[in-house]
Design a binder for this molecule. Structure first.
Ligand SMILES: [Zn+2]
Length: 385
């Protein structure tokens, strides 16, 4: 054993000290599985939010990761499970991604925020509310506001950064994308570090955990990836990689940052909506590049005869797409971000060359800042994610 290294470690451990969560102490280099109590349910059972703390051996920032604020958005839960225990889900094996003894700083992981929503397969809380519009919550408000308050005071406010994990609703899918307030320098840095190919500028709706936490001085980014009600392997893999990238960026882990081989930063974006009601046949997939005027879908009558086409209004990249065929006029069909023609060519080349995977950490990411003046900003109160 290297005595010097050992002594050094002990010294910094004593300087660093225990992490106290909700009255419980966690020693440096260890983990704690615990729960945040939110009172009792109608059957008199204790209602709890599961929380796992990984307290590093060395000093560093505290990062919270929250999943399933919308109870049917399961990918985030899977991401946290894989992040902690690897693909085999067995604690202490070699594929565990994070060992607290090798960690600098602290992770507060909340795999399921909206526990009752998840058990009902519902986005909302049992009182039918959207929890992600009620932050920072209140101690004496309705049950959803109390839940928001417990999470905000005990988890968010204890952290230096927050990563909130979401998916599209069951009727749509989202290509992996980070959403953040890019006017906030710290948000922008960790948004880039996460490493998705698409970054969307958005403060988030009023009352969302992202907006309120950032406002309270905890820079927050949101991951949108895939759809609800399932675990999608690609979404899980990208999500785990992204969180590890952020931890590396903040020097919490000794590990190379893996960057994408291209990136677009989107300031404004638009949804293309169904022109008429009917049965939708989409001709593109999420992650496609499209040309202005290209037919991306058509709508048929109940007998299958084509009644209208849906055209892309811009040269762009499809970052979100409807996945269910029944549409009414105005239903969102595709979220297309404007991309310059030259950049589209570059994307096609890079994706087509089998370099879809990633590049090494010292290469520059070719990046385009998009400000689609013709597009409208996303109305997140209407298009909920
Ligand atoms: Zn969501």
């Amino acid at each position: 054993m290297d005595l010097e290294a050992d002594t050094g470690c002990l010294k910094s451990m004593s300087e660093w000290g225990e992490f106290v969560f909700n009255g419980q102490k966690v020693a440096p280099g260890s983990r704690l599985e615990t729960a945040l109590s939110v009172g009792k349910d109608p059957m008199g059972q204790s209602a709890n939010i599961p929380v796992q703390i990984l307290h590093g051996a060395e000093k560093g920032p505290t990062i919270a990761v929250t999943a399933a604020i919308h109870g049917d958005e399961l990918n985030g839960t899977g991401i946290i499970h894989h992040l902690v225990y690897g693909d085999d889900h067995i604690p202490g094996t070699r594929d565990d991604h994070i060992d607290p003894t090798q960690l600098s700083g602290t992770l507060i992981l909340v795999p399921v925020v909206n526990v009752e929503g998840m058990m009902m397969g519902a986005r909302t809380t049992p009182d039918g509310r959207d929890l992600n519009r009620l932050f920072p919550g209140s101690e004496s408000g309705n049950q959803s506001r109390r839940l928001a308050h417990a999470l905000f005071t005990k988890v968010v406010k204890q952290s230096d950064y927050l990563i909130d994990l979401h998916t599209a609703p069951i009727t749509r899918m989202n290509v992996p994308q980070i959403r953040a307030d890019l006017d906030n320098a710290k948000c922008k840095k960790i948004a880039r570090a996460f490493g998705t190919k698409v970054i969307m500028n958005s403060k988030g709706p009023k009352g969302s955990i992202r907006r309120e936490a950032t406002k309270a001085g905890i820079p927050t980014i949101l991951l949108e990836s895939g759809t609800s009600h399932r675990f999608e392997p690609d979404a899980l893999e990208n999500g785990v990689l992204g969180i590890l990238n952020v931890l590396s960026h903040l020097d919490m882990l000794k590990r190379d940052i893996v960057k994408p081989n291209w990136r677009i930063i989107v300031r404004k974006f638009r949804w293309v909506r169904a022109p008429v009601g009917g049965i939708l046949h989409t001709l593109v997939v999420g992650g496609s590049t499209v040309k202005e005027g290209e037919t991306i879908a058509y709508v048929t009558d109940p007998f299958g005869a084509r009644v209208d086409d849906v055209l892309s209004p811009v040269n762009g990249y499809v970052v979100g797409l409807a996945t269910t065929p029944l549409v009414r006029p105005g239903d969102p069909i595709a979220n297309i971000v404007f991309v310059r023609e030259k950049k589209i060519q570059e994307i096609l080349e890079k994706e087509g060359n089998g370099k879809e995977s990633q590049i090494t950490h010292d290469e520059e990411v070719a990046e385009q800042d998009i400000d689609d003046e013709d597009g409208s900003t996303l109305d997140e109160t209407e298009i909920s994610t």
